[in-house]
Design a protein around this ligand. Structure first.
Ligand code: GRF
Length: 203
């Protein structure tokens, strides 16, 4: 299963995905990593792993539609069955999302539907939540709103700061994102009309 990963930053999730494909029997193969930022450290991680990289700077394009059209062309050049957003900090157009319907995954650092958008760790702390976490979901046209695939719960500690909480959530992200990618690559995970299905059971 050919996978293209989109990043904007450090790429620690990308690293977890790369590491998870190391064994010879991995059903997923990461064909390319595309970043909208030339300074994203994740590009180094990809190069280290011998994966093709590409930078498409959104600032070089005249608007979201033009950027997304170029992005689709670049991605489709690698012929992926799955596109994985791993800290890709651009809002995607409806046209992009529809083009990859059912084969576009995202990870979000909250227990969705709670805390869509940014600053999720701070918001969970401010709300006094006892539990926080992360979610993998199929991407729909609603930001951080698509069908859930898998979540991991992280207990909030009384002395947590946004940073300490983010660190523990990240560790869980690195566990559940490879899991979801492997499910998809092995043909076990799909998007049906009623939501995400694993082994033909609703999630
Ligand atoms: C992660 O927290 C992910 O949930 C969010 O962006 C962050 C990316 O981190 N979508 P990294 O670049 O994978 O380290």
């Amino acid at each position: 299963c050919n996978v293209v990963v989109l990043i904007s930053g450090s790429g620690s999730n990308l690293q977890a995905l790369i590491d998870s494909t190391a064994s010879a029997d991995s059903p997923a193969c990461i064909r390319a990593v595309i970043s909208n930022r030339a300074d994203a450290y994740g590009l180094e991680r990809a190069k280290q792993a011998g994966i093709a990289t590409l930078v498409l700077d959104h600032k070089q394009f005249d608007g979201r539609e033009a950027f997304d059209a170029a992005l689709v062309e670049a991605i489709d050049g690698f012929d992926p069955q799955l596109v994985v957003l791993a800290g890709f900090m651009r809002i995607l157009t409806g046209g992009f999302v529809r083009h990859y319907a059912g084969r576009l995954l995202n990870i979000h650092p909250s227990l969705l539907p709670k805390y869509k958008g940014l600053h999720t760790h701070q918001r969970a702390l401010e709300a006094g939540d006892s539990e926080h976490g992360c979610s993998v979901h199929f991407v729909s046209e609603e930001l951080d709103g698509g069908p859930l695939v898998v979540q991991a719960v992280v207990p909030v500690q009384s002395d947590d700061t946004p940073d300490s909480l983010a660190q523990r959530v990240h560790r869980e992200e690195h566990r559940i994102y490879p899991l979801a990618m492997h499910w998809f690559a092995a043909g076990r995970l799909r998007l049906a009309e009623q939501g995400a299905m694993l082994d033909n059971q609703p999630l």
